[in-house]
Design a protein around this ligand. Structure first.
Ligand code: GLN
Length: 245
């Protein structure tokens, strides 16, 4: 079985260790005997319809988001949105998550258009939200919890049409007021959690891989793998976050 990952804006949108998400997806495919290829697509590089099974975009500062928003405008953003509507998986973190909504209004400057995967919008606030986050989520594995850390001033608000990835127990999440963290729509996951997210939360990796395999009609390749090391690391990270709260 073979999966191809599109790593969007690997040069611009890759802060706080977000490249670790790509590494986690590759590793969890490899351990299942799934061949996987990673292709980066940066400014000015086109995206071929139907070529990719999983899309990933990491976080970035407002300056990088301005360049990326311009590059995504039009055909490129439409293709990504259509692929997700047609069953492709996607993970978008923080600044990437914001640009997968309808728009992102930075603290200074004009509103940046998003590609509208998530029925959500983001407005930068005065407060920078930084720190560990624990959120209860159906994709939180045995403990039902997600763990990561956040560093953003953007406040994201979801419409009633899409579900949050989880509900915050510690930290701010989407906006520090409605208790929601991230968003989930079809096979697309948005989150504010850096860390990076997937090595600390293997159930989300498996959600993305399983959706991608489903689209290719080959769920047979989706076999369970031993997660004792990951679960042990998660328990310690969650304990540490609770103690530091
Ligand atoms: N520039 C955005 C914000 O500050 C996203 C930051 C990030 O990706 N960590 O909210």
């Amino acid at each position: 079985m073979f999966l191809r990952i599109c790593w969007l804006y690997s040069e611009l949108m890759n802060i706080y260790g977000d490249r670790g998400n790509v590494m986690a997806l590759v590793e969890r495919c490899r351990r299942r005997g799934i061949d996987v290829e990673v292709e980066t697509r940066n400014l000015g590089e086109r995206i071929e319809q139907g070529r990719y099974d999983i899309f990933f975009m990491g976080g970035g500062q407002d300056r990088e988001q301005l360049a990326v928003a311009k590059d995504l405008c039009g055909k490129k953003g439409e293709i990504i949105r259509d692929e997700i509507e047609n069953g492709a998986s996607c993970l978008a973190i923080c600044g990437g998550y914001q640009l997968f909504g309808k728009f992102y209004k930075p603290f200074e400057g004009d509103e940046l258009p998003g590609i509208g995967v998530f029925d959500a919008y983001t407005i930068a606030g005065k407060k920078r939200m930084i720190g560990n986050v624990i959120a209860r989520s159906q994709l939180g594995g045995r403990s039902g919890l997600l763990i990561g850390f956040e560093n953003h001033s953007g406040e994201t608000y979801l419409s009633e049409n899409i579900s949050p990835l989880g509900m915050v127990e510690i930290g701010n999440g989407n906006n520090g007021s409605d208790g929601k963290e991230g968003a989930i729509y079809r096979g697309a996951v948005g989150s504010y959690l850096h860390g990076s997210l997937l090595p600390k939360n293997p159930s989300i990796s498996d959600f993305l891989i399983e959706k991608a395999l489903l689209r290719k009609g080959s769920l047979l390749s989706f076999t369970p793998i031993d997660e004792s090391i990951e679960e042990n690391a998660r328990a310690q990270a969650i304990e540490r976050a609770r103690k530091s709260h």
